[in-house]
Design a protein around this ligand. Structure first.
Ligand code: CA2
Length: 148
């Protein structure tokens, strides 16, 4: 694996400023710094982005899929609603690991369903910022053990 995309959806730019009991105290920049360091030590280039707009996420997923580059995706609330993101993953063939900071199954009913999980290669949730590190670990491990 030479390149990985980390894509973050709506409101994740607020991380570290509010709701620390649910989402922890790290900012998105803190998470990016940790992943950047791990990627650097593995010789992997990282693109880390956030948008509050569904179409941006759709475009970035298509871009990653076209290049055959894997994606770690926290789609935020679009996780629970977005057929467009489902279609982008399915249509582009992007390999996507779905991540969440919180354990969505222990929260409101409307967070229990993900439109993305069915087309994700895997799902990691409930470990706070560590969910992102675990997803990166999974991609690195797979890329070292799987022929491509
Ligand atoms: O647990 C997650 O990672 C979520 O994807 C976060 C989304 C939520 O809609 C999903 O159900 C689960 C919300 C991100 C909003 O993040 C905030 C962070 C700090 C303050 C306010 C919102």
């Amino acid at each position: 694996m030479k390149f990985v995309h980390v894509l973050n959806g709506p409101n994740l730019n607020l991380l570290g400023t509010r709701e620390p009991a649910t989402y922890g105290t790290l900012t998105l920049a803190d998470i990016e710094a940790r992943l950047t360091a791990r990627c650097a030590s593995e010789g992997i280039a990282l693109s880390f982005r956030q948008s509050n707009h569904e179409g941006d996420l759709v475009g970035w997923i298509q871009e990653a899929g076209a290049k055959g580059e894997p994606v770690i995706l926290n789609a935020g609330a679009y996780t629970h609603t977005s057929i467009a993101i489902y279609d982008a993953i399915r249509g582009s063939g992007a390999k996507v690991i779905e991540v969440h900071l919180s354990n969505v199954h222990a929260r409101e009913d409307f967070r229990h369903h993900s439109t993305i999980s069915a087309v994700a290669a895997g799902v990691i949730l409930g470990f706070g910022a560590l969910s992102y590190d675990l997803a990166l670990d999974a991609l690195i491990s797979q890329s070292k053990t799987t022929k491509s």
